[in-house]
Design a binder for this molecule. Structure first.
Ligand code: SF4
Ligand code: SF4
Length: 533
């Protein structure tokens, strides 16, 4: 039996059906694009950012993270719940298209050939799995209410719509099967199982159920479409591209050098929402509000005024509110308000440790560190506003090349008793051991540096240090938003590396490792950096 014979014409005749359906689709699709287009337009008009390199790697990341849901599945219950809904969405997309096809072409029979029966079996399997998953999601939202979730009516409406779409799918098959018990729908096992229950009802009622199921299905799918652009469920559209364009691991935190020589550049960092790049705005539209970032955030865990999820939601809501003004569509002429101290509190930004745990956890690859640093750059470079503790640290970094103000001519004192060679460009060792400020000045850090020296010697590694010529990588200044100071310190070090022909570096400091490995290439040096471990 070809399942495409399954049609319901009693409520709306087959002549009228294409017109009614066409009208509903036109309404829904117009509304969908009407609401979505302004968001796309903003992405096209803000700052560019190159996220198109290594397309094969990006594609593989997308398959792994978005299609196979590898990050989501780190959590068992809610992970499988979401994965079933997502995979079900992919499988049932074809079925939804088929519902519209039979409405537009009431008399045309359509067959998927040899895959029709396997597809019907799979489709029904996902109708069950998605129903269970959506039911469980509703239970969490209404009964258990996990703290990390944003509980909203919108979430309940969307889940109820998903359930209705699943139930109407099954009832549509069951209704037809109950009306045509002499033939069996191939592969359709849910409809066939429910049909005997419908047969106890009057024939008229079964006809109504069959028609109701059809129209409920198409109306719910179209209504669902119209809800996407202005809700957090826009992530259904944006999350796959967001994963594709996410930062590749070998590019560090995606922080870039500012050209301070460019006299045309009037502002540095980000103070207003439209100063973020398109990718950072795409991030905002991709948040599912799942709260996984909050669970791992050390700042939130220690009661600091920072919730990464809320930071994203606040920026997204502000972006949506400002969209008409950004596009110049609103009659009321006014400037775009600053984010700093208004939409986002200074304390929120200074609370972030830039650890990246939230990014590691986020299932849709939303980036935080580069946004926080961009906003801190706005605070420091444009508004000259930062915690008082930073005043001394910035000065010490500038004058002594360490954040604590120790004399730079005492930087190598930690190694006095250790018989460590100092780099000689005429007789270079294979590796430079870059110690970092912590290893050079902090009591505990000095012990670590001494232990690394012993380990390297025991392993027979040919290495030397820069001694008092070593300077801070600039990492603390960059993380604190003082890009100008970072530029100064990194430029100094890069010149030194070039002058001394240094390429291979070993370091024990994770901050130095990240900075030298990922951020120094913009200063004209390609370093081969390894961690001592
Ligand atoms: S990078 Fe900042 S926001 Fe993210 S987990 Fe670390 S402290 Fe929290
Ligand atoms: S940023 Fe990522 S982890 Fe955090 S709530 Fe949004 S989707 Fe979830």
């Amino acid at each position: 039996m070809n399942t495409s014979k399954n049609r319901a014409f009693e409520w709306v005749s087959q002549d009228l059906q294409p017109f009614i359906l066409g009208f509903l689709i036109a309404l829904a699709v117009t509304r969908f694009f009407f609401l979505l287009w302004p968001k796309c337009k903003i992405l096209l008009q803000v700052a560019p950012e190159d996220r198109f390199n290594k397309p094969i790697t990006r594609l593989w990341n997308t398959v792994r993270i978005a299609i196979f849901q590898t990050k989501i599945l780190k959590e068992t219950k809610s992970g499988w719940m979401h994965a079933f809904i997502f995979w079900g969405f992919l499988v049932l997309l074809l079925r939804a298209l088929w519902f519209f096809f039979i409405g537009f072409f009431p008399t045309v029979e359509f067959s998927l050939g040899g895959i029709e029966t396997p597809y019907a079996l799979l489709k029904d399997l996902f109708v069950v799995l998605v129903s269970l998953a959506a039911g469980y999601a509703l239970y969490r939202r209404v009964v258990t209410k996990p703290e990390r979730l944003t509980l909203s009516v919108e979430g309940i409406v969307i889940l109820s719509l998903i359930l209705l779409i699943m139930v109407s799918d099954a009832l549509f098959d069951a209704g037809w099967q109950a009306r045509n018990s002499q033939v069996a729908l191939s592969g359709i096992w849910i409809g066939r199982s429910i049909a005997p229950m419908l047969q106890v009802l009057s024939a008229d009622l079964v006809v109504h159920i069959h028609n109701l199921a059809y129209w409920t299905h198409v109306v719910c799918v179209l209504y669902f479409l119209t809800l996407l652009p202005n809700s957090k469920h826009l992530h259904i559209v944006t999350s796959i591209p967001n994963v594709f364009f996410s930062r590749l691991p070998e590019r560090g935190n995606g922080l870039h050098r500012i050209n301070f020589e460019n006299e045309e550049q009037k502002s540095f960092g980000v103070s207003k929402i439209d100063e973020f790049s398109w990718k950072k705005l795409l991030d905002l539209h991709s948040c599912t509000e799942c709260g996984r970032c909050d669970v791992v955030c050390p700042a939130l865990a220690s009661d600091k005024p920072l919730s990464p999820k809320q930071l994203t939601v606040d920026l997204r809501d502000h972006l949506n509110d400002e969209t008409p003004y950004l596009l110049g569509n609103n009659l009321e002429q006014r400037g775009i308000p600053t984010l700093l101290g208004g939409v986002i509190n200074d304390e929120t930004l200074w609370s972030c440790t830039t650890c990246g745990a939230c990014e590691e956890e986020c299932p849709v690859m939303i980036e935080y560190v580069n946004k926080v640093v961009d906003l801190r750059r706005g605070l420091v470079l444009m508004e000259n506003r930062y915690p008082t503790e930073f005043v001394g640290a910035f000065k010490s970094l500038e004058t002594q090349s360490n954040p604590w103000g120790f004399g730079r001519n005492t930087r190598s004192d930690w190694a006095k008793e250790l018989d460590v060679k100092t780099w000689d460009k005429h007789n270079p060792t294979e590796y430079l051991y870059f110690v970092g400020c912590n290893g050079a000045f902090d009591d505990r850090g000095k012990k670590i540096a001494a232990a690394v020296v012993h380990s390297l010697k025991s392993a027979g590694v040919d290495f030397s240090i820069l001694g008092n010529d070593e300077g801070c990588t600039g990492d603390p200044a960059r993380r604190a938003g003082n890009e100008y100071l970072f530029d100064l310190l990194a430029s100094r070090n890069a010149e030194l590396f070039k002058e001394k022909s240094i390429i291979k570096i070993v370091t024990h400091c994770p901050h130095c490792f990240n900075s030298l490995k990922n951020e120094y290439s913009e200063f004209g040096v390609e370093l081969d950096v390894i961690h001592h471990s």
